[in-house]
Design a protein around this ligand. Structure first.
Ligand code: SAH
Length: 354
């Protein structure tokens, strides 16, 4: 058995350069190839027209060129949200969402195929973790969406399937690649990484010197309620998670975004709004309220709109900046892993019938 080919799209320019020099190629060739990969997002070495046929052949032999295949596309009839189901090179499937906002186009990417965090209301975690995504598979979600929609993407949220702090090294690699000036040159300030609160990696992330926005999935104002919704809360006490957020703010100067999915009867009372207000009062932060998207595998229900508005009003009394997340693409199951889950369910049924 031959050695597995290296994934050239996950390598930094410095790494490609080092490999090229080691095989006797000129330095500027590395830059040319990196640009083909990350600026023009080609999917075949043959498309690299200013690279000699000889070098293209060598590349073909030594490296694989990871690209994603579109399996399904769902466009919302209500807004311009488009949801993509992509197949990875090993045929596992992931989903990514394209959203249009006044301030620019945004893509929500997955960081893992499946997830092992087990949040009770989330569809992405129902089948557990299949595997981590490589950095190339993360950038590819953006590159393919730009190609398929013909639109430029300026913002990225790492809020799709998976826990980015559970795939730390590939996440960091992804952030360097997508912001490389020789590639897309995306501003790190336009990128948000969302975590369920893995404390040691949040602290490590604060040390990276990357001006990325950190979002914390809080979902409850105390440990007891949080443990009911998020198993990860058994591992990390809320006070340690919040201390890690403060540390992130101190190190990066980036305001933390707290995500709070409102679930009827679980975390949406006035008392809970007050407790949350007291917890976050005085912090330079932002709270994003998300009316929970019910999934068929669980009983959870969305808080009434009146409750959501009331929750916001109570929080604002503590001088906290609050937004209610607009439900883009509600008609296409754009919530958190639902398209991937329904696709997997369907393949299972078809598999049984065959
Ligand atoms: N693992 C990361 C990122 C992925 S989830 C995290 O936990 O932050 C992105 C956000 O969507 C999280 O805040 C998550 O708790 C929330 N979420 C997941 N399923 C949801 C649902 N059905 N309704 C509302 N929010 C949901």
């Amino acid at each position: 058995m031959g050695e597995e080919k290296k994934d050239i799209k996950s390598l930094s320019l410095a790494e490609v350069t080092e490999e090229f020099l080691a095989m006797g190629e000129k330095k500027f060739r590395a830059l040319q190839v990196f640009e083909w990969l990350h600026k023009r997002s080609v999917t075949e070495f043959g498309q690299m027209t200013n690279v000699s046929a000889g070098l293209r052949e060598t590349l073909e032999k030594q490296y694989k060129l990871v690209s994603l295949r579109e399996v399904r596309r769902l466009a919302s009839a209500q807004d311009e949200t488009v949801k993509f189901l992509f197949a990875l090179p090993d045929d596992k499937v992931i989903e990514s969402v394209f959203m249009k906002y006044k301030h620019g186009n945004s893509v929500c990417i997955s960081s893992q195929a499946g997830c092992r965090m087990g949040c009770r209301f989330c569809a992405s975690t129902l089948g557990g973790l299949e595997r981590n995504l490589t950095a190339s598979e993360m950038v590819e979600q953006i590159y393919r969406i730009q190609e398929l929609t013909g639109e430029r993407v300026s913002n990225v949220v790492v809020m799709g399937t998976g826990e980015p702090m559970d795939n730390y090294d590939n996440l960091i690699r992804f952030l360097h690649l997508i912001s490389a000036p020789e590639g897309q040159g995306m501003s790190l300030r336009n990128i948000t990484v969302s975590t369920c609160g893995i404390v040691e990696n949040m602290r490590r992330f604060a040390e990276e010197g990357l001006p990325v926005t950190l979002a914390l999935s809080l979902h409850a104002p105390n440990d007891e309620a949080r443990k009911r919704l998020m198993p990860v809360a058994n591992r990390y006490a809320l006070k340690d998670v919040l201390a890690a957020c403060d540390y992130y703010f101190k190190k990066t100067g980036r305001r933390i975004s707290y995500e709070y999915s409102l679930v009827a009867g679980e975390n949406d009372t006035e008392a809970e709004a007050d407790a949350l207000g007291k917890l976050l009062k005085g912090k330079n932060c932002h709270v994003n309220l998300i009316p929970v998207n019910p999934i068929k595998e669980r009983e959870y229900k969305q808080s009434s709109f009146k409750n959501v508005l009331n929750f916001r009003k109570r929080l604002e009394k503590y001088n906290i900046n609050v937004t209610i997340r607009r439900e883009l693409g509600a008609d296409i199951g754009a919530a958190c892993g639902q398209l991937r889950k329904s696709h997997l369910d369907l393949s299972e049924i078809q598999g049984e019938e065959a």
